[in-house]
Write a protein that binds this ligand. Sequence first.
Ligand SMILES: O=C(O)CCC(=O)C(=O)O
Length: 439
Amino acid sequence: MMRLSPPPPVTSRYLTVAEHPRPVLRSGTRRGFYQPRWGKDKESFQLDTAHTRPFRLRPLYPSKSTDARNPTTMASSAAAAPDSGRAALLKAFDESRTGVRGLVESGVSAVPDLFVHPEGPYASVPLAPPGVSIPVVDLSLPAPLAAAAAAEAARDWGFFYLVNYDAIVPSDYPARALAAVRAFHELPAPERSTHYGRAMGGGVSYSSNVDLFRSPAASWRDTIQLMFGPTRCETELIPPVCRSEILEWEAHSAAVGRAVMALLSQGLGLGETALEETSCLEGKLMVCHYYPVCPEPDRTMGLVPHTDPGVVTVLAQDGVGGLQVKHTTEDGESYWVDAKPVPGALVINVGDLLQMMSNDTYKSVEHRVVMNSREEARVSVAVFYNPGKRGESVFYGPLPGLVSSENPPKYRSFTMSEFMGAFFKRDLASKALIEHFKL
Ligand SMILES: O=C(O)CCC(=O)C(=O)O
């Protein structure tokens, strides 16, 4: 008899969770939306939320000035206060509810210490020589050719551009989603802050740095996260300014996910539905990143080097650039390769689960986002696909059709709750996830 796992933690970034607590509704409170109101003492303001207990935002430096109640001013105070501990600064930054964009709006002219990456973005691994690029897979090619190209790219690079997919999705849909996400992140701070919160109750959150309290240094990025599977978010919680475009892209990007999984299944020598039958299209999380302009791009990062834990990621990016992929050549030489924006192209990458399911045929490779623009904020929208079946009797690991006595499994099998438990124990930058399951 299949038993459902207990609800996992609800702060998932990449892994959708099957059960998340229902928000407790207070009378007169719209589900999921924060209701700011002034505290009685007028020194603080209080935010009631349908998802969490109400809490009081205190200015860092109690003051009668209206600045102290302004989330944007609080954000910059939080980042600048010299003597407070890091934990207090992080808390104050988070409680500003306006993210990194709020710091920029407040006029910071230097990257605050919380965001300084001690090793610097460019340490150790060099940049690729000019002309090196991630491979391209053309979906308009005959299926066997496209599958061979996808398999080769997934094996050698773990990344590829997908082009000419307009037979399955109108190619302007990603751009519409990106523009709408930008419009949300560029809303005036008081309006944006009403959506701010880390809890994924209802399946939607907007916050800065999903691993803010776990990572050694914060990154220059704010994010909306939306769960679309196996449990679908309450879509009325999506900020209205970007709701219809996000839902449009969610619906249509599913065709891209299906096509990519078909190519990658065929590339493994399996039937084209092998990954789909393993429920790999059913778990789905969308993250909508905003990387504000940065006064000192070489002192911080947009996103630290990491691999994606899931099966496949479908990424739309705008024209600003900053995504880099770590490539290791056959000679063992590694360098960072720019995944430059290519008009109309989506970026596809292999996640840790697919590396394990493919028994190391495909590679989940590190990637990162560097800050490279003082003038223009960058926007990207990633859709992470994960297995949707999460029961305690459902096991994942190398696909049965791939293992034999000549090709023994390189990983043990595991349930999704075990996998998620391992994932939640690490910060984003740690690479040990697949090591945990290695035989
Ligand atoms: O913003 C990007 O280009 C990359 C996003 C990404 O790697 C992630 O969300 O894991």
